[in-house]
Design a protein around this ligand. Structure first.
Ligand SMILES: Cc1cc2nc3c(=O)[nH]c(=O)nc-3n(C[C@H](O)[C@H](O)[C@H](O)COP(=O)(O)OP(=O)(O)OC[C@H]3O[C@@H](n4cnc5c(N)ncnc54)[C@H](O)[C@@H]3O)c2cc1C
Ligand code: SF4
Length: 328
């Protein structure tokens, strides 16, 4: 049986300044909560046991979608459903609205936010199935402050898998994220937000909040696709997800950005594949070669019953499908 939530204090902030001050003065383990669709499930599985939850839901303007001449700005608290259907997003980045529409199902998209999707923790079957594994009887692994990984017995860090659907699209679109704390405000490319490890999965400090995502319009004329495979079609994380965004001219690929998710602990830019495709006409031979390079370029960790071979095959298949759709 999945255990109940353990006790925690809950406070709702009404401004970013108040939220930052609350996090700065915190003496216990705290977490920001947005839609709660990921965090509350993880808390039930004891993958995270915060004593304090800071809700951002009372902060105005964090759920806005605005456009300027050269970028679209999306507040971190914007619901995935709103992104899926926003005219501003659809007109500029069909790839992003498509990826947002592929997260879980309507109920989750009505509650889940883009900020929560970006800050999603990496997933591991020891936590998603903690009621089966009986986690309390196992030694604590890296994710819980221990010195051990149940998946990679000789591993030196956490190998959990990062599986957020909107992130490959946002990285392909070269989005930036704004991070705020009582100390500073900074803006970094989303591609640099992740650590490459399953824990901690991103570079956010405990007192930092992600407030907005800025997507440049530079790529709005490029053709983009997102493919996702999940076990339970209507409601599941990707086993593999691939976003591809290309600037095509007469069958020739002038520029391309390809990003995979769920194949490692961070989103993976397929740079070798991109280099091979740049400036080349997308023939059958070139597409097969791209598939081969992609498969060779990753070393997936087995998780949730998916073998490395299976993950590689799915990745190669999606790269092929994406390229075929892009030249279409
Ligand atoms: C049944 C089910 C199916 C799902 N399927 C998918 C799927 O197919 N694809 C997918 O990508 N996801 C899936 N999810 C995960 C989740 O629903 C989404 O990723 C959602 O976007 C998370 O957003 P949220 O607002 O609910 O995040 P929360 O649960 O509120 O937070 C998630 C994490 O982000 C942190 N966080 C949230 N907002 C901020 C912020 N502004 N600043 C700093 N930290 C922040 C929280 O502290 C927490 O660690 C699924 C979840 C469930 C329960
Ligand atoms: S990959 Fe290893 S360290 Fe990470 S959560 Fe799973 S068992 Fe723990």
């Amino acid at each position: 049986m999945i255990p109940n939530l353990s006790a925690f204090e809950y406070v709702q902030a009404n401004s970013i300044e108040q939220a930052c001050n609350l996090l700065a003065g915190l003496k216990k383990e705290g977490r920001v909560i947005a839609g709660g669709t990921d965090l509350l499930v993880r808390m039930k599985h004891r993958a995270s046991i915060p004593e304090f939850l800071l809700s951002l839901n009372g902060i105005q303007n964090l759920d806005r979608i605005e456009e300027s001449e050269d970028e679209v700005i999306i507040g971190a608290l914007t619901k995935l459903h709103k992104i899926q259907h926003s005219c501003i997003v659809r007109d500029n980045f069909l790839l992003l609205s498509d990826a947002a529409g592929k997260v879980a199902h309507q109920l989750i998209r009505n509650m889940g936010t883009i900020g929560g999707n970006i800050c999603l923790d990496a997933r591991c079957e020891y936590y998603t199935h903690s009621h089966i594994f009986g986690l309390e009887y196992w030694p604590k692994c890296f994710k819980r402050g221990g010195e051990f990984c149940h998946i990679m017995k000789k591993g030196r860090y956490c190998y959990a898998r990062f599986s957020a659907d909107t992130v490959p699209a946002l990285v392909a679109l070269n989005a930036r994220v704004t991070i705020v704390s009582h100390r500073s405000q900074r803006s970094i490319p989303l591609e640099e937000f992740y650590t490459g490890r399953g824990h901690p999965v991103n570079i956010l400090q405990p007192d930092e909040i992600l407030t907005e995502i800025r997507v440049p319009k530079l790529y709005s004329k490029w053709k983009g696709v997102y493919f996702k495979y999940s076990c339970r079609k209507a409601i599941d994380y990707p086993v593999v997800g691939v976003a591809a965004l290309a600037d095509m001219s007469g069958g020739v690929c002038k520029e391309i950005r390809i990003v995979a998710v769920s194949v490692a602990s961070s989103p993976v830019r397929m740079k070798e594949v991109e280099d091979m495709l740049r400036g080349v006409r997308l023939s059958d031979h070139v597409i097969s070669e791209a598939e081969r390079i992609a498969i060779q370029g990753i070393s997936p960790i087995p998780h949730h019953g998916d073998s490395p071979r299976y993950i590689r095959t799915m990745l190669g298949t999606f790269i092929k499908k994406a390229l075929l759709q892009i030249i279409d």
